[in-house]
Design a binder for this molecule. Structure first.
Ligand code: GDP
Length: 325
């Protein structure tokens, strides 16, 4: 199909067109990439701006339960919800553990919800770049909130925060007083920390954990682009649907403030620059994996190993060949 026509169908809210468009942007084929670029250009016509919310947490912390309960709450408010995933494990396992419809049974049956698992068989960088385009597709399709789920294993949080307006970190109540080994870098990108499972026997521990993180957040930094009291930590129970309305209110307060002060648009502008740089990097790296450079590199690697040529001379030859196309 003509990518411009596909774009129009996406904008018109056609779910099958949206699914097809995401498949197109996920494709690694060179001709598909050309079409995807035309498709993404044509989406600009929609002028829609969704709220993009990144959500991270270790396996078992309650991400899918949270998305199910939170997503259903948003739908009851009349909003349309899309769920996407950046799954760093999918390249290894060949299957995604995130964004799986069976984990969000109610939401997956909602006509106003769209759930898409992480693209598989790609490296994290590839998954992230394609998910970013899927986010824009969902936005153009009229989804009000786009939840982008990832697991808490390093790099993936950074890339998800680069495609989110708001980044949530979901934590479980800790047994002791340790900060669960959450890395400082992740604390720094979190806009809100939600301590989940604040119910039953776990409630007291959840409150303690929340107080610990609230303290840690106060120490980390004061951001010029946030109102007083942010970033904040709060307790929720995704299972019992407790605290989610409050969390949503606080998210809206933060976003409204950022919009009013120009920080919302500024963040998106910085993200656009980041993805531009990433696309160039990945594009260049991709060229090294294609002929004729691939064979040239393999051959030179042998010569470097046997000492016939120095590593820097060999690299210089490759880069010269790359430059001369
Ligand atoms: P994910 O791996 O992060 O997606 O976690 P899941 O949503 O699959 O939840 C893992 C387990 O924690 C499941 O057994 C859930 O029922 C349970 N769980 C999730 N949210 C809560 C909660 O708010 N309270 C309690 N007590 N259990 C929860």
């Amino acid at each position: 199909m003509d990518p411009k026509e596909l774009a129009q169908q996406v904008i018109d809210g056609n779910r099958r067109a949206l699914a097809r468009a995401i498949t197109l942007v996920e494709s690694a084929r060179a001709d598909h990439r050309e079409q995807a670029i035309i498709l993404m250009d044509a989406l600009k016509a929609s002028n829609r701006v969704a709220l993009r919310v990144g959500l991270s947490g270790t396996p078992g912390v309650g991400k899918s339960t949270f998305i199910e309960t939170f997503g259903m709450m948003l739908i009851r408010e009349g909003l349309k919800v899309a769920v996407l995933a950046v799954d760093p494990s999918s390249s290894r396992s060949g299957g995604s553990i995130l964004g799986d419809k069976t984990r969000m049974e109610l939401l997956s049956r909602e006509p106003h919800a769209f759930i898409r698992p992480s693209p598989s068989q790609l490296e994290l960088g590839g998954v992230a770049r394609r998910t970013r385009e899927a986010v824009s597709l969902c936005e153009a399709a009229g989804y009000d909130i786009i939840l982008i789920e990832t697991v808490g294993v390093g790099q993936s949080e950074t890339v998800v925060s680069q495609m989110s307006d708001l980044f949530l970190l979901l934590l479980a109540p800790a047994g002791g007083d340790e900060l669960q080994g959450v890395k400082r870098g992740i604390m720094e990108i979190a806009d809100m920390i939600l301590v989940n499972k604040a119910d039953g026997d776990l409630k007291a521990a959840a409150n303690r954990t929340c107080a610990d993180y609230a303290g840690a957040l106060r120490l980390i930094r004061k951001r010029s682009y946030d109102p007083e009291g942010y970033p904040k930590a709060m307790t929720v129970s995704a299972l019992q649907d407790n605290g989610l309305t409050e969390a949503w209110t606080d998210m809206q307060t933060l976003i409204d403030w950022r919009r009013a002060h120009g920080h919302f648009d500024a963040r998106r502008a910085r993200q656009a620059e980041y993805w531009f740089a990433q696309e160039i990097r990945f594009g260049l790296l991709g060229q090294l994996d294609r002929e004729p450079l691939k064979s040239m590199i393999a051959q030179l690697a042998g010569q470097v190993a046997s000492g016939d040529i120095t590593p820097s001379h060999a690299a210089h030859d490759v880069l010269t060949a790359l430059r001369e196309g």
